[in-house]
Structure formats: C-alpha cells, structure tokens
Design a protein around this ligand. Structure first.
Ligand SMILES: Cc1cc2nc3c(=O)[nH]c(=O)nc-3n(C[C@H](O)[C@H](O)[C@H](O)COP(=O)(O)OP(=O)(O)OC[C@H]3O[C@@H](n4cnc5c(N)ncnc54)[C@H](O)[C@@H]3O)c2cc1C
Length: 342
C-alpha cells in the first residue's frame, strides 16, 4: 500500500518522537541534501539507528559552498525563505544559534522585465550557506563519498551496493532523498515511486564563480537579472585584496549550453557579466559548475512518498517544490511516515 502523506501533521509527528525508542530498527537514508538531513534528523531524534549515504565530499547537496584560499563561494542555493510555520520556527532557532542570518538587503533588479520575486525575508548560512548543512549533519551517521548504485529488498530487508562494489546493510527501511531522475534510476523496480519521479521535471543551471583584483563597484551585493544569459549575481566573501562573485545562468541558456566544458561555460558567464555591468573583468580565479537538476519546474504536489508494504520512501524538492524549505518539509514528512509505520 502506498502512503502518499499528502498532509503533514507536525503535532502528531512530535508526539511520536517523544515516545519512541527504536534503536533496533536500522534505516538507510540515501542523499545528504536538506531533504535527507531533515529526514535523518527526525528519525534519529526518534531513536532509530539511521545511516546517511552521500556521494559528495560533504553533506548539503545543492546547499553548496566552495571554500579555498580565494574565499567562500556559495554556488548552489543562494538563500531560503520560511513560509511554513514549523519551518519558520526552526529557522528562528537556527538564527538564534548563529547558524544563519537574515539577508539585510533585498537583492537588486538589473534589466527588464522585473524578475524579482515579491519582497520577503530571506536567510542564508553564516558565514557560508553550506554551514547550515554541516550543522544539520552533526551528530548524525553521515557517510560521504559513497555513491549508492543499487538498492534491493531481500526477505524484507534492504541491501545497498555502492560504486566501489561493497554491499551495505541490511536495513529495515529505506529513505531515498535524491533528485527525481536519480530516484527513478535507483528504484527502477519500485514502480509507484519510479513513475511518480518520472512525472516531474527540473531546469538546469550553470554557475560560475571568480575573483578579480579590481574593485568592481556595483552598488548592490546581490541582484536578480533579466538577461538572456544571466539570472543572478552575488558578491562573495573573499580576501581584502580580491573581489569575488557567483553568477548563475538562466534556465534557458543553461539548457541550450548544457554540454559545454566547465571553463568554457564559466568564461561565457563572466563575459555576459562584463557586458551587463559595462566593466572589464580580468579574473585571477574562475570556476564553473553545471547543476543538471537545479530547480524543480514540475513537482509532484505531495509531501513525500512512502510504501508501507515495501518499507521504502522518497523525499526531496521534486515532491513539494523548488525550494530549500520544501525539501526540508518533504524530508520531515517522510520521517513521520516511517515513524507512523513503526
Ligand atoms: C543554482 C541553484 C540555485 C538555487 N537557489 C535557490 C534559492 O535561492 N532558494 C531556494 O530555496 N532554493 C534554491 N535552490 C534549490 C534548492 O537548492 C533545492 O531545492 C534543495 O537544496 C534540494 O534539496 P534536496 O535534499 O531535495 O536535494 P539535493 O540537495 O540535490 O540532495 C541530494 C543529495 O543526494 C546525493 N546523491 C545523488 N545521487 C546519489 C547516489 N547515487 N548515492 C549517494 N548520494 C547521492 C547528492 O550528492 C546530494 O547531496 C537552488 C538550487 C540551485 C542548484
């Protein structure tokens, strides 16, 4: 039977959390983005033996920061909003603990038509957006650098295989917190999840980040951009002698240029930025990253998916919508579905 968990009931979930001791139940969470971390934190608080696997070097997924001697570059999600009351309450706690800050300025708007979403409170990590994921991963058993290539259920238990050929498990429950295409290919045999994942869609995004010794006076620190190439630019934290920016391409340009080599894509974004701000930019450090599954353009419209009879579920932004907040809520919803299943 498939529980589609359309309604999230935080109060019920919390009652369960307060009363559970489940140390003998082993749960695998695949993916340590916001959805996987949210799911794992809720399950761990309920006393389950939870193991999170991620192919990346660190937790966070699209909440990503490059750190090096040039500075800190948030090249994935830039900020997040908190519309849901439960998430907003958590955001207040994160703020009090100094894990995040509220952005003091509204981003500027460059070009027309106006692409700025309505003014709202926006939050980002302190100092880097990935610090939030690092903090969420603390006290969890997160195993990074492990790409799960296969998940199979044998006599009711889930066994995972990784790219290095090792078998991991067995687990009583499996929570998959990956982008939809990766969920569909991992759970090919779990038809309801695969079909649901295949019905959603993403837009890609090319990102570039650079430093230059020039001051680059812009009058703003972040901006939504109406332009054929660029959609976003934001100043980054760099050393005193450097100026650094992250640039995001539009979904259309990214899709049209998806297979470019990274240096080429990065160079083209900087050229577009030069034209936009009418200032020559001599970069002394420049990198690019292709987010193949950046923003959900067609979500499923459910909090999560959970199949009680298979003890497997899926969460992530593709379930609810294209935001950090939706990913967090989806992960939490899946954890509650698992807890309610017992
Ligand atoms: C450029 C960009 C800008 C954005 N801007 C914003 C914004 O301003 N505001 C906002 O709210 N949202 C923004 N988003 C969207 C937001 O980042 C996502 O909605 C959210 O982070 C998704 O979280 P998730 O946990 O569902 O997925 P992810 O963060 O993608 O996490 C999935 C994890 O699974 C791991 N993984 C994948 N395959 C495997 C495998 N086989 N085995 C093990 N691990 C695997 C990945 O390494 C990753 O860590 C942006 C995204 C991008 C890319």
């Amino acid at each position: 039977m498939m529980a589609s968990c359309i309604k999230l009931d935080p109060a019920r979930g919390k009652d369960h959390l307060d009363n559970m001791t489940n140390a003998d139940t082993k749960i695998a969470v695949i993916g340590a983005g916001i959805a996987g971390l949210s799911c794992a934190r809720t399950l761990t608080s309920a006393g389950y033996d939870v193991h999170v696997f991620d192919k990346g070097r660190t937790a966070g997924g699209r909440i990503s920061t490059r750190r090096n001697e040039q500075g800190l570059f948030n090249h994935g999600a830039q900020f997040f909003t908190a519309r849901d009351p439960e998430f907003a309450a958590l955001v207040e706690q994160w703020k009090t603990r100094g894990l995040i800050i509220e952005m003091s300025e509204q981003p500027a708007q460059l070009g027309t038509p106006d692409t700025t979403p309505p003014a709202t409170r926006r939050y980002t990590g302190a100092p880097a957006i990935n610090d939030l994921a690092r903090s969420m991963a603390q006290d969890l058993a997160v195993h990074c650098g492990i790409e799960i290539t296969r998940a199979e259920q044998i006599r009711g238990k889930w066994l995972l295989s990784d790219r290095a050929g090792q078998t991991i498990g067995p687990f009583d429950h499996l929570a998959v917190a990956l982008p939809a295409p990766q969920t569909a290919s991992l759970l090919t045999e779990v038809r309801p999840v695969r079909t649901a994942a295949e019905s959603t869609a993403y837009a890609p995004c090319w990102a570039a980040w650079f430093t230059t010794k020039a001051a680059l006076t812009t009058g703003w620190s972040s901006a939504f951009i109406a332009d054929p190439v660029l959609s976003w630019a934001a100043r980054q934290q760099t050393s005193n002698t450097q100026t650094g920016f992250v640039l995001h391409a539009t979904a259309e340009w990214s899709a049209d240029n998806l297979e470019l080599e990274r240096p080429d894509a990065a160079r083209r974004l900087v050229e577009a930025f030069q034209s936009l701000i009418k200032t020559r930019i001599d970069t002394d450090y420049l990198r690019g990253h292709r987010w193949r599954y950046a923003r959900v353009t067609k979500a499923l419209g459910q909090d999560c998916l959970y199949l009680n009879d298979r003890r497997v579920g899926a969460c992530g932004d593709w379930l609810r919508g294209p935001r950090v907040e939706e990913a967090w809520l989806s992960g939490r919803a899946l954890a509650i579905a698992i807890i309610e299943d017992g």
